[in-house]
Write a protein of this length. Structure first.
Length: 176
């Protein structure tokens, strides 16, 4: 399959995944996934955890920030770069150009992250994720040693999402 065919297939999968997410009880699934995540050694051993502010019909992990034994971070987009910014329940947020909420805090060193929960529209059984198509997370995750996890409804785990050479697989997928 050539690069153009892969891009077309991914575009089709993005449309499919966005529609499929609307059928899922995301609050219930989010709670079940959070429960599983809290039991993982990767979570228990992490001190600096990057999550994401959820879009509608996306897994909501903000409940995790009640855990005061951890430091949490949210992504912030600056040009073509994804930055890592400290976050707690008192952090001021602003709407980004991508219609997501981002912290107004100053970015910090991403090398200090122990665990990164990566958003995805879908993922496959080889731990590749289907993002929104801009490559922010693939560039951000490149060369990082932090553990990378996708938390996603089981219905969005597919056989193949047709990864490109630059796509970065995650270490683990958590479903309900």
């Amino acid at each position: 399959m050539n690069s153009s065919d892969i891009d077309n297939k991914k575009s089709e999968l993005r449309i499919w995944a966005k529609n499929k997410r609307k059928e899922i009880d995301i609050k219930l699934v989010s709670n079940l996934i959070i429960y599983k995540l809290l039991e993982l050694a990767e979570y228990k051993n992490a001190h600096n955890i990057m999550i994401f502010y959820p879009l509608p019909n996306e897994i909501d992990l903000l409940e995790l920030t009640k855990d005061k034994t951890k430091n949490f971070y949210l992504p912030k987009i600056c040009g073509d770069e994804l930055l890592c910014c400290p976050y707690d329940n008192s952090t001021k947020l602003q709407l980004s150009s991508f219609k997501t909420l981002e912290p107004t805090t100053k970015p910090c060193n991403k090398e200090n992250l122990d665990l990164i929960i990566v958003p995805a529209l879908a993922c496959d059984k080889k731990n590749y994720r289907l993002g929104y198509g801009k490559g922010f997370y693939d560039r951000f995750l490149k060369d990082l040693t932090a553990i990378k996890i996708v938390c996603i409804p089981q219905k969005l785990v597919l056989e193949n999402i047709y990864p490109n050479d630059f796509d970065i697989p995650v270490d683990k997928i958590i479903t309900e």
